[in-house]
Design a protein around this ligand. Structure first.
Ligand code: ADP
Ligand code: MG
Length: 711
């Protein structure tokens, strides 16, 4: 048996358990051994029975004097009762609903019991203790030590996992090949892998458990760092077309804008334009809070690229956003005589060519043809852009808006068919409003250069953010009506499209469960348009609508034909309606902080006082904590750090894509560890860039690559 042995071939794991393990993604011995406990129960306090104290967690060892299971009719459960005796005394023990215990534990057996000493009507007893029969020379697994507790999964108890893991570890004792370079183990004082695996599952002390965790946290991060640094080195060897920084053109563009660029926008644009001049591919992330004006910076890069005779692909996550960008680009580049294409996912593809300032529709085939023959200067689209059929004649720049991912893969796909045998690859500009905490930018975003837009355009007022209690709903509607009467517009965001199946939920059940209905767009739309605001114009927007409908409603909202827009989170990223001043959010707790901050960024864009009103269904403490963060901070960066702390990085940009295990998720919040692993990775790569001396590392990285490219 070795690490690659599949679970089917492990003795004592039958088909039922195989299935349960596979549900967790565990397929091999390796997978099992690296399924780590998330905490330990400290049962190491082994004491004589006479010394037990009430409310103490302890382990006692002794002989079973008697044991029986009875059925309590009143509460309809099984109660197993036993008395255990050692030289110093005896104690009662009680287990609930484990009638099979009397088959395992018999009178006169010697056992270890670990649990809490409790006092009840019939005196002092051990309450539901962990148990383990004692044999001569047998190590303790479930009692009398630090006992590993595994993340709970249906049908896979910690007890069962301990039993299997224990036998695997014994079977593979000292046979697991070391994965980290010896040098690093020495330098950091890490436990070698065999010992570390043993200690993470069955630690002799808390200190050793911690040391084992440290090693594995380091190791996972270390692979990521190696991977990222190697990608970067690889990219540095590639070639791109150098795009000259056309100063006159850029000036002309800036002068044509209806506003003055902020210093931060200028600085970012300069960094980008300087990067484009190089014949190495740019790999840059433009990060700026919502409303900081990233689009116009991207357009400056696009304009220079086009004037250098190259094409630009501009990709955004939703159709709505793509259309908005299309309009914006069309408007801002009106005087530059360009061909701008629009490509989305559904059947109604059309191409719009700015010819004497007019938009025309053409078939999708035509559009693709024009992309390939280079006639289109800038093609704006959704994911449809990276479909097989789309080819560019001479793609010089890829802009990814709010993609929340790396872009490496997108660029790779867009490169196909580009440049023929010249093998040039386009520059990449990725844009995001989700600030990336430092630890993440050092790891999974580590191969990107960063430009920051760290100021908002002048004259914007601070958005007033408030958590609204259910009692204040009516008052809030009155307030909304006032804003609309002033000529302003309103967003209402709901977490779902359709109402939940409410068959099961009588009012009584709802009360018992503390259940509150999650607001749905369709229902709210009905309610607002028929009951609350019958006199106002209400619109509805959600992801399941046909794209023509979506487009129309967005247009109506932009042109103020609709006053209140009830929508799902499709408006989250990028939507720009400067006249909107109220962002009302239902079911706030269902959204992440960064997402809420994005919603909030939809208003306050034109100098009117704006409001973000948060309705919640749950009074949970964690919700409050999160919402408080939103109330007290307008800084997207700080919010992201807080979100990371409160929710863990699971929801963060890109992390899910890496299939990062829990243990490492935690270490992603540890800046020092991240920096350390980066240094270590750099050292190894300086010494041996091809990792020739480290075939096992190389193999690991290969698997990594597969994982990322599978998305
Ligand atoms: P985001 O960074 O969130 O993508 P946008 O690019 O959508 O922001 O810009 C938000 C709004 O601000 C747009 O209406 C845009 O025209 C406007 N804008 C951009 N830069 C400036 C500026 N320097 N001064 C005033 N308004 C600006
Ligand atoms: Mg944007």
């Amino acid at each position: 048996m070795d690490l690659s042995t599949t679970i089917e071939r492990i003795p004592r794991i039958g088909p039922v358990f195989q299935k349960r393990l596979k549900k967790l993604g565990i397929k091999t011995v390796q997978g099992l051994l690296f399924h780590f406990p998330h905490r330990y129960e400290d049962f190491s306090n082994l004491i004589p029975i006479s010394k037990v104290r009430i409310n103490e967690i302890c382990t006692v060892q002794g002989r079973i004097l008697e044991i029986k299971t009875i059925r309590t009719w009143k509460r309809r459960m099984f109660l197993t009762q036993a008395i255990i005796e050692d030289e110093t005394g005896a104690i009662k023990t009680t287990w609930f609903n484990q009638p099979y215990l009397t088959k395992i534990l018999k009178k006169d057996d010697y056992v270890f019991l670990s649990g809490k000493v409790t006092v009840g009507t019939s005196g002092v007893y051990l309450n539901n203790p962990a148990y383990e029969k004692a044999f001569l020379g047998k190590d303790l697994v479930h009692t009398g030590r630090l006992v590993p507790i595994y993340p709970e999964t249906e049908g896979l108890s910690s007890r069962w996992l301990r039993y299997i893991l224990r036998s695997l570890l014994i079977c593979l004792k000292n046979k697991i090949p070391e994965t980290l370079p010896e040098k690093i183990i020495k330098k950091e004082g890490f436990l070698p892998i065999n010992k570390a695996l043993w200690q993470i599952h069955f630690p002799e002390s808390e200190n050793l458990a911690k040391k084992a965790q440290e090693r594995f946290s380091f190791e996972e991060l270390f692979y990521i760092e190696l991977f990222v640094l190697r990608e970067r080195a690889r990219l540095n060897k590639e070639k791109s077309v150098s795009i000259p920084f056309n100063i006159d053109l850029t000036k002309r563009f800036v002068d044509s804008l209806p506003f003055k660029l902020t210093d931060a926008q200028r600085k970012s644009a300069y960094q980008i334009l300087k990067d484009l001049e190089k014949s190495r591919p740019m790999n840059r992330l433009l990060e700026g809070d919502v409303g900081s004006g990233k689009t116009v910076v991207a357009i400056m890069a696009a304009l220079n690229t086009i004037k250098a005779g190259e094409q630009v692909a501009f990709m955004a996550p939703t159709e709505i956003l793509v259309k908005q960008h299309f309009q914006e680009v069309e408007k801002l580049l009106k005087d530059f005589n360009l061909n701008i294409g629009l490509l989305t996912g559904k059947q109604d593809q059309f191409y719009s060519k700015k010819l004497k300032n007019q938009v025309i529709e053409i078939s999708r085939e035509k559009l693709l043809e024009k992309a390939e023959n280079g006639e289109i200067d800038i093609l704006i689209g959704t994911h449809a852009l990276i479909q097989d059929k789309v080819k560019f004649g001479k793609l010089g720049l890829v802009v990814l808006d709010e993609q929340h991912r790396f872009g490496v893969e997108q660029r790779a796909r867009l490169c196909r068919g580009y440049g023929g045998q010249t093998k040039l690859i386009p520059h990449l500009l990725s844009m995001t409003a989700t600030p990336i905490p430092r630890t993440l930018s050092l790891t999974i975003y580590g191969d990107l250069d960063l430009s920051l837009i760290d100021e908002l355009p002048k004259g914007r007022k601070k958005i007033i953010t408030k958590v609204i209690s259910p009692k204040e709903r009516k008052k809030t509607y009155d307030f909304i009506r006032k804003e609309v009467k002033k000529g302003r517009q309103v967003f209402v965001i709901c977490p779902r499209i359709e109402a939940q199946n409410s068959k099961l939920k009588t009012q009584n059940q709802k009360d018992v469960l503390g259940w509150a209905e999650t607001k749905a767009v369709k229902e709210e739309y009905e309610k607002l348009s028929k009951t609350v605001f019958p006199d106002l114009k209400i619109g509805m927007l959600h992801g399941k609508m046909a794209s023509k409908e979506k487009e129309k409603i967005m247009k109506d909202f932009k042109n103020k034909k609709v006053q209140i827009l009830v929508s799902t989170s499709v408006v989250e990223v990028g939507i720009d309606v400067p006249n909107a001043t109220v962002m009302m959010i239902e079911g706030t707790e269902r959204f992440g902080l960064a997402q809420l901050h994005q919603f909030r960024g939809r208003v306050g864009r034109a100098g009117y006082q704006s409001y973000c009103l948060l309705f919640t269904e749950s009074p949970a403490r964690k919700t409050k904590q999160r919402l408080n963060a939103l109330l007290t901070s307008e800084d997207g960066f700080k919010l992201a750090e807080k979100d990371l702390k409160i929710r863990g990085p699971g929801d963060f940009a890109g992390t899910r894509q890496w299939g990062i295990p829990d243990l490492m998720m935690n270490s992603l919040t540890n800046v020092r560890l991240v920096e350390k692993t980066r240094e270590a990775a750099k050292e190894i790569l300086t010494e041996d860039p091809q990792l020739k001396k480290y075939p096992r590392l190389l193999a690991k990285l290969g698997r990594f690559r597969e994982r990322i490219h599978l998305e």
